[in-house]
Write a protein that binds this ligand. Structure first.
Ligand code: UTP
Length: 296
């Protein structure tokens, strides 16, 4: 592995079935659902670019066209906006295609997040890389990914992002058993349990959709058998790495206390849209005034 090289690669899995959003996601990937006026996936791509990642690989599946088209040039539309003198919208349209270059690989069958990450193996090669899921939007004012990249460089292992949740909610998440690391802000992850019952949960620390992984994860994923639902789980591979002291062994956690918007299910998605919309300078105040009147 090349040591000391800055981390440049981001993998963005977007090949899931999005069943929680059916029927909206019947003919459209859930990552294309709009959050105010841009698709969720664009916030994620912008976050990766803002964290200094320049080599972006999206894992797509069925209906990949909308994802590819969104980040591509659209000359007819651009010409029409230019002819109308609508330069603000022209800039917004061009911004999305200027984020790249983006690479795409198809997952084929959506056999789980672990399998989606494995599809990135050839592109990523033998270097650490970030994984960003479109379900979680991290406010651009918070620098989660940069902290995770630093922890990966210092520890040489893999890094997960954790948030503290109400203990009663932990069974909706992957949960981490952690211990403090002397003199450091990050924690050591001793083990991970996917969606534990409240009684079995080792903590109230939930794994969210940002990872910085050592390439050792690929060999582990190759050997990880499918779990419940026939899916290869990234959590299972991380559990193996957490207890390994070989090269790339060890999993660490960055506890995130910033602003995160969950878009993974309908209610959280609506809350995310309203939170983000209410901070918009162009209509946030109007929206808040309307919401107060609506609620009363
Ligand atoms: P989720 O489990 O949240 O996505 O996976 P999903 O399967 O699309 O959603 P539901 O539960 O059916 O509603 C987290 C991320 O991993 C990607 C998804 O696209 C999402 O961004 N993913 C998941 C893949 O790329 N491939 C898979 O096989 C599974």
């Amino acid at each position: 592995m090349t040591l000391g090289k800055p981390l440049t690669k981001a993998v963005i899995p977007a090949a899931g079935l999005g069943t929680r959003f059916l029927p909206a996601t019947k003919a459209m990937p859930k990552e294309m659902l709009p959050v105010v006026d841009q698709p969720a996936i664009q916030y994620v791509v912008e976050e990766a670019v803002n964290a200094g990642l320049s080599d972006l690989l999206m894992i797509t599946g069925r209906q990949k066209r909308a994802l590819e088209d969104h980040f591509d040039r659209e000359p007819n539309l651009e010409r029409a906006l230019e002819a109308k003198g609508d330069f603000d919208r022209l800039e917004a349209v061009q911004h999305a295609s200027g984020l790249g270059p983006l690479h795409f690989v198809r997952q084929g069958d959506p056999k789980g997040l672990g399998h989606a990450v494995l599809c990135a193996r050839q592109h990523v090669g033998d270097e650490p890389f970030a994984v960003l899921l479109g379900d979680d939007l991290i406010d651009e004012r918070d620098q989660l990914l940069r902290s995770m990249i630093e922890v990966q460089a210092r520890t040489g292992g893999s890094v997960v992002a954790l948030i503290e949740v109400d203990p009663a909610q932990i069974s909706a998440y992957g949960c981490a058993d952690v211990s403090a690391v002397d003199g450091e802000d990050h924690v050591r992850v001793n083990g991970l349990v996917e969606k534990p019952s409240v009684a079995d949960a080792p903590s109230n620390l939930a794994v969210i959709g940002r990872y910085v992984l050592h390439p050792a994860v690929f060999d582990v994923l190759e050997d990880t058998p499918p779990g419940r639902g026939g899916e290869i789980k990234l959590t299972d591979a991380l559990q193996t790495l957490a207890t390994s002291d070989g090269e790339g062994g060890g999993v660490y956690g960055v506890i995130f206390k910033g602003r995160r918007y969950d878009t993974g299910d309908k209610l959280s998605y609506l809350k995310a849209v309203i939170s983000i919309a209410s901070e918009r300078v162009d209509f946030g105040e109007d929206l808040k005034t309307w919401m107060k009147a609506f609620v009363s």
